[in-house]
Ligand binder design. Structure first.
Ligand code: CAA
Length: 283
C-alpha cells in the first residue's frame, strides 16, 4: 500500500515534531488541532526548527518553503478522508482518544491506517473503539521528534501484519529506526524509563542526595544525555505521573507506585519546563 497523505492529530510538542518529519520526508501532511492558536504554535515550532537547519546550511530556503508547503492546517477531523495514514498525538486521555478514533474510523478511507502516538495507553482498547482494529497500531515517537531516532511500534491484539509492515516502512522513510513491541502497559520505553525517573524522585524525597547530584551521577556515570530529574522536567511531571499510574494500575505491582513527591509537584502545578518550574526553575 502506498502512503502519500498523512494526517497528524494534535499540533503540540509531539504532533508538530511528527508533522515536521513527515513533511520533510515528502508526505503531504494535514496537521489538525482544535484551535487556530494551537495550530499557529505548532507551525511556528516547525518553522523555527527548519530555519535553524537553513542557518546551519543543512537545508536551503527553497527546501524549507517546500516542506512548509506540504503542511495543510485543518480543524476538521473529516479531512482524514484524504489520508492513507493518520497519526494521533492528542491528549493522553482514553476518552479523548477513543472519541477521536471513532470519528477517524468513519472519516478515513477503508485502506487507511490509524496510528496513535500514545506513550502508555493500551492500543488494543483504542482499536476496539473502531470498526477496523486490524488497521490500528501504536507509533510511539520520542521527544524531540526531529532528533530522536526511535519509533516504538506497538501491535495491538488485532493489528494486521500488513498494517505493521506499512507503518514500519513509513518510520524508515522518516529516517527513524522502528522497533517492534507488544501491547502491555508502558510498552518497553516507558516501562523501563519511568521507574528509573520515579526512583530518582524517591532518592530526592528520601534525602539520599541533592537533585543536582542525582542528575550528575546518571549523566557522568551512565552517559545519559540528561539526568533523570532534568529529563522528567523535559517530559512533563504530569506525563510522568500519569504513565506511572498506568504502570501501577496495569501491572498491579507496588514497585510502580508513584513517588508522593512527584504527586505533590504535579498538584502544585510544577510540571517542569512547560510551566517554568519542576525540579528545576526555567526562565
Ligand atoms: N526540536 C528540534 N531539534 C532540537 C530540539 C527540539 N526540541 N532540541 C534540540 N534539538 C537539536 C538541536 O538543534 C541540535 O541539533 P544539531 O546537533 O543538528 O545542531 C541537537 O538537537 C542537539 O541540541 P543541543 O546541542 O541544543 O542540546 P543537547 O546536545 O543537550 O541535546 C537533547 C538536546 C537532544 C534533547 C538531549 O539532551 C537528549 O537527547 N536528551 C534526552 C531526550 C530523551 O530522553 N527523550 C526521550 C524522552 S521520553 C519520550 O519522549 C517518550 C515518552 O513517552 C515520555
Amino acid at each position: 500500500m502506498e502512503i502519500k497523505n498523512v494526517m497528524v492529530v494534535g499540533s503540540g510538542q509531539m504532533g508538530s515534531g511528527i508533522a515536521q518529519v513527515c513533511a520533510q520526508a515528502g508526505f503531504t501532511v494535514y496537521l489538525h488541532d482544535v484551535s487556530d492558536e494551537a495550530l499557529d504554535k505548532g507551525v511556528n515550532t516547525i518553522e523555527g526548527n527548519l530555519s535553524r537547519q537553513v542557518e546551519k546550511g543543512r537545508m536551503t530556503g527553497e527546501e524549507m518553503r517546500a516542506v512548509l508547503g506540504r503542511i495543510r492546517r485543518t480543524g476538521d477531523l473529516a479531512d482524514a478522508k484524504h489520508c492513507d495514514l493518520v497519526i494521533e498525538a492528542a491528549r493522553e486521555n482514553m476518552q479523548v482518544k477513543t472519541s477521536i478514533f471513532k470519528t477517524l474510523a468513519e472519516a478515513a478511507p477503508d485502506h487507511a491506517i490509524l496510528a496513535t502516538n500514545t506513550s502508555s495507553l493500551p492500543i488494543t482498547e483504542i482499536a476496539a473503539a473502531t470498526k477496523r482494529p486490524e488497521k490500528v497500531i501504536g507509533m510511539h515517537f520520542m521527544n524531540p521528534v526531529p532528533v530522536m531516532k526511535l519509533v516504538e511500534i506497538i501491535r495491538g491484539l488485532a493489528t494486521a501484519e500488513e498494517t505493521f509492515a506499512a507503518v514500519k516502512e513509513v518510520a524508515v522513510r522518516l529516517g527513524k529506526t522502528p522497533v517492534e513491541v507488544n501491547d502491555f502497559p508502558g510498552f518497553i520505553s516507558n516501562r523501563i524509563l519511568m521507574p528509573m525517573i520515579n526512583e530518582a524522585v524517591y532518592a530526592l524525597y528520601e534525602g539520599v542526595a541533592e537533585k543536582e547530584a542525582i542528575d550528575a551521577i546518571m549523566k557522568l556515570g551512565m552517559n545519559h544525555p540528561m539526568g533523570p530529574l532534568e529529563l522528567a522536567d523535559f517530559i512533563g511531571l504530569d506525563t510522568c505521573l500519569s504513565i506511572m499510574e498506568t504502570l501501577h494500575e496495569g501491572l498491579g505491582d507496588d514497585k510502580y507506585r508513584p513517588c508522593p513527591l512527584l504527586r505533590k509537584y504535579v498538584k502544585a502545578g510544577w510540571l517542569g519546563r512547560k510551566t517554568g518550574r519542576g525540579f528545576y526553575q526555567y526562565h
